[in-house]
Design a binder for this molecule. Structure first.
Ligand code: 4AZ
Length: 855
């Protein structure tokens, strides 16, 4: 499921294209006359991190069009020949027809009148026989033009290097093209040719960079015939749309084409320089293809062998750009914390994202209700950064274009008056790329963000674990919506806090950002938690979707490759689902099909009564647990016992401590019943339990048993280890139930029939509940055990009015379809049932039942 960012990804099964390598015996001798004057341009007349080229600077640059638009770059090497990349012309393993392509020469801007520009049809495309996919090399193609290009100041060929030509490591060369200016960020109008200076990297250095496991653990084996150019720190690079274009280096007043833009991992990423086809390696092949053309391409003798950059040699084979972002000496002391001071308002907290840019909520600076536009008094603003003696000035404010209406885009970038020196502090936070996958269970913390009130207590130290996508999405997402897959941008990020740290606090007014850690590096993962009505876990808007905008504006924010990429055993399985219905109070009765270890039944509560027995409780609402009355209140006793409730605690399960929650019971509520003790009791908790995968209310169904549901008695097998077990049951119709018990059951009693061999699964003294899972996947509480019986349960549906009145926010699902039961039973009982009620089994029930009613 991991998606590659190894761009481009073209697969070629078979390669019917002729062409072979030739040995260098065919190379011309030094005396050989040159075909053509090459590699010269008029004396002074995308590319990531580049700039507009001056018209005429790169007269060999060709734009290759297909279907009416620019697809790839190319270079003019002879009047009738263009050099480009094989992958531009191969789709699903087949070479596209030459007739569909045209070559534009002398183009500067691709928009508007193309003065001095001319187009040529392509007569033939040739690709090496051994080309199959970019990562395997030989990514070059020759295009024969239908008629020669007209050479002039804006259209001239480049020189080609001979096989013996050596470009020294560290040489500054230039790449050109109309490709994307960032990943997934096309060159804006007027589409002016971009140029970028790139340094040639030694083979060992490049291999070393690409051996550094990045996202998806991708590493790359560099092969002969490839060369790398760029910088360990990234930022300047070629990108999609530049493919096929030239990388040229000046030597002795002529420009030689060292490389053809081929591929890379993303664009401008750290430790991921661009990979080029090394043209010199293909001298023989090129000569062979163009043989007989007059004039052919020029392969001038290398003027003089240049020296390699001494630093490049000294640093040997590897200069990894280690992450300088996201390192904090102590969690909670954030070296990127930026305090933006605007006269007349409270400080606004943001994060330093590069030497020159601070990211902060736009709502600090823009008034949502006014249409005044951005403020103009920037010269009075100041930014305070850690360990900087003086405040920084603000040169520019760039709000996100959707900032005024979309909370998820409440972002603004502030450019500092001058770049700051980055060291231990200030130091920027790392930003995630769009495909970053924050693993469930990642360790996260909150950081101040915007103008919110500080949280009560040590808020900035609040530690949280990230919930899996299924939980976060289903607790907050819309029902029936598919849960984003790992690797797709999530709709939200939900941290689950340690209960004891947050205990009872609610600080919904304060505004926070979410920082998540990977191998000691902190990423700004989410911003501006949703107004969640103080629910826990809070949900944050993911920042990763804004990566392209931030790098577009800042041209150098510290977007960082993912450092860990291991979904683990439970990462995937819970994620390919849709969410069950929500009620008006939110999600209830959620349980992933394959529950991650430990989080088994989030609504199951252990109710410890007077320290000497355990009853089964079910969480009905954040402050209420339902139990069987007989389990918590002993007959004849008038005192209310001391009761503690534990949630997220499944016996000896390896559930981490952080998921366990305990509460005291402050009151016991009973419904009014005439004549006998009501079977159900509601326990009011000392304070709310906010929804999380370890403590989530069950759903209720107004019409009793939801149609089509499958039902279970949930209990403990062994009272000591209390590992939950579920016994599959069928619920009998009221008529059969009535007949079995000869009409002596109190109204609202459900009878169940255990599936073969499941009768003894649950230990009955703890009064287990009867649950059903609806066809839509929600878990619903249907009944609580009647004392002394395995088969009888007090129906919850009958107490709807009392439950809703007492609890307020009980999670009743909307009634779906017709109820399962006809109301009331009939007096006509089938004879075999009447006989069964007289069986020893039936007599046993009746006896117990009589006892129950008397107590
Ligand atoms: C492309 O898709 C492409 N950063 C070209 C160059 C690079 C990446 C992708 C190198 O054409």
């Amino acid at each position: 499921m991991a998606r590659h960012l190894l761009l481009p990804l073209l697969m070629l099964g078979i390669s019917p294209i002729p062409g072979t390598f030739q040995d260098s015996a065919l190379s011309p001798t030094q005396e050989e006359p040159e075909d053509l004057d090459c590699g010269r341009r008029e004396p002074s007349a995308r590319i990531v991190g580049g700039s507009d080229a001056q018209p005429g600077t790169w007269p060999w640059q060709v734009s290759l069009h297909h279907g009416g638009g620019h697809i790839c770059g190319g270079s003019l090497i002879a009047p009738s020949w263009v050099l480009s990349a094989a992958h531009c012309f191969i789709t699903n393993g087949t070479l596209e027809p030459a007739a569909e392509w045209s070559a534009l020469l002398g183009v500067h801007s691709q928009d508007g009148p193309l003065d001095g520009t001319h187009a040529r049809a392509v007569a033939a495309i040739v690709v090496p026989a051994n080309y199959s996919q970019v990562e395997l090399g030989a990514d070059l193609a020759l295009l024969r033009l239908a008629s020669p290009a007209s050479l002039g100041p804006a259209v001239r060929p480049v020189c080609l290097p001979r096989a013996s030509h050596r470009f020294a490591h560290g040489t500054a060369c230039w790449a050109t093209g109309w490709g994307d200016v960032q990943e997934a960020d096309p060159l804006p109008l007027p589409w002016v040719l971009q140029e970028v200076e790139l340094r040639l990297l030694g083979e060992a250095a490049c291999q070393c960079l690409y051996s550094w496991p990045g996202p998806f653990n991708l590493t790359l084996q560099l092969l002969p015939g490839m060369l790398c150019a760029g910088y360990p720190e990234g930022r300047r690079d070629t990108c999609q749309g530049d493919s096929g274009g030239p990388l040229v280096c000046e030597e002795g007043g002529r420009w030689f084409q060292a490389g053809i833009t081929s591929f890379g991992f993303g664009c401008g990423r750290r430790n991921r320089p661009g990979v080029f086809t090394a043209v010199a390696s293909y001298e023989a092949w090129i000569r062979e293809q163009v043989m007989g053309s007059e004039p052919g391409p020029a392969f001038p003798i290398q003027p003089q062998k240049p020296q390699s950059d001494p630093q490049e040699l000294r640093e040997g084979n590897c200069t990894i750009a280690l992450p300088e972002c996201g390192k904090a000496p102590r969690p909670g002391s954030w070296p990127w914390e930026a305090r933006v001071m605007v006269p007349g308002s409270r400080p606004c907290y943001g994060a330093l994202v590069s030497e020159s840019w601070v990211l902060a909520p736009a709502s600090c600076f823009l008034d949502r209700s006014s249409s005044d536009g951005p403020p103009r008094d920037l010269d009075t603003w100041r930014v305070l950064l850690p360990s900087r003696p003086r405040a920084e000035r603000v040169a520019r404010l760039v709000p996100h274009e959707n900032a005024t209406w979309d909370y998820a885009s409440d972002l603004a970038l502030l450019q500092l008056g001058a770049p700051v020196n980055l060291s231990v502090a200030p130091r920027p936070v790392c930003l995630p790329y769009p495909e970053h996958y924050f693993l469930p269970g990642s360790r996260c913390r909150l950081a101040r963000w915007g103008r919110g009130e500080p949280a009560p207590g040590p808020g900035a130290l609040l530690e949280a674990e990230l919930l899996g996508g299924w939980w976060c999405h289903c607790l907050y997402g819309r029902q029936g919506e598919a849960v984003p897959l790992p690797g797709d941008p999530p709709h939200a990020l939900c941290p689950a806090y340690r209960e004891e740290e947050e205990a009872g606090r609610c600080w919904n007014d304060s505004c926070w950002s979410l920082l998540c850690q990977e191998e000691g590096t902190w990423f700004l993962a989410g911003i501006r938690d949703f107004p969640s009505g103080c629910l826990r876990p809070r949900a944050f808007f993911p920042l990763q979707t804004h990566g392209p905008w931030i790098s577009h504006v800042t041209r150098g924010a510290y977007l960082e490759d993912q450092l860990t990429w291991d979904w683990g055993p439970d990462g995937e399985e819970t994620e390919t689902q849709t969410c069950p219905p929500h009620t008006e109070y939110g999600a209830c009765g959620l349980r992933p099909e394959d529950a991650p270890m430990g989080v088994l039944w989030p609504w199951l509560a252990e109710v410890h009564v007077a320290g000497d027995r355990v009853c089964t409780g079910i969480l009905l609402a954040p402050g209420w647990v339902l139990v069987a009355t007989h389990c918590v209140l002993r007959p004849g006793s008038t005192t209310v016992p001391y009761i503690e409730v534990y949630l997220g605690r499944a016996g000896d399960s390896p559930l981490p401590q952080v998921y366990q929650v305990s509460r005291l019971v402050i009151s016991i509520q009973l419904p009014r019943h005439l004549g006998f003790r009501p079977p159900l009791a509601l326990l009011e908790l000392s304070y709310r339990v906010e929804p999380s995968p370890s403590a989530l209310p069950i759903c209720l169904h107004p019409a009793g048993v939801p149609p089509g549901a499958s039902c279970w008695v949930l209990g403990w097998k062994d009272p000591r280890d209390r590992v939950p077990v579920a016994a599959a049951v069928s619920i009998l119709t009221p008529r059969i139930c009535h007949c079995l018990y000869q009409g002596i059951l109190p109204p609202g009693t459900l009878c169940v029939l255990y599936a073969e061999g499941q009768e003894d699964r649950c230990e009955m003294s703890s009064a287990p509940p009867l649950l059903c899972q609806t066809t839509e996947g929600s878990w619903v509480l249907v009944g609580m055990a009647v004392q002394g019986s395995r088969e009888l349960f007090a129906a919850i549906g009958n107490e709807k009015a009392w439950i809703s009145q007492t609890v307020g926010e009980a999670y009743f699902l909307p009634p779906s379809g017709s109820p399962h039961w006809p109301t009331g039973g009939s007096n006509l009982c089938p004879p075999e049932l009447a006989r069964a009620s007289g069986s020893p089994h039936g007599v046993h029930f009746l006896l117990l039942l009589t006892l129950l009613i008397q107590s």
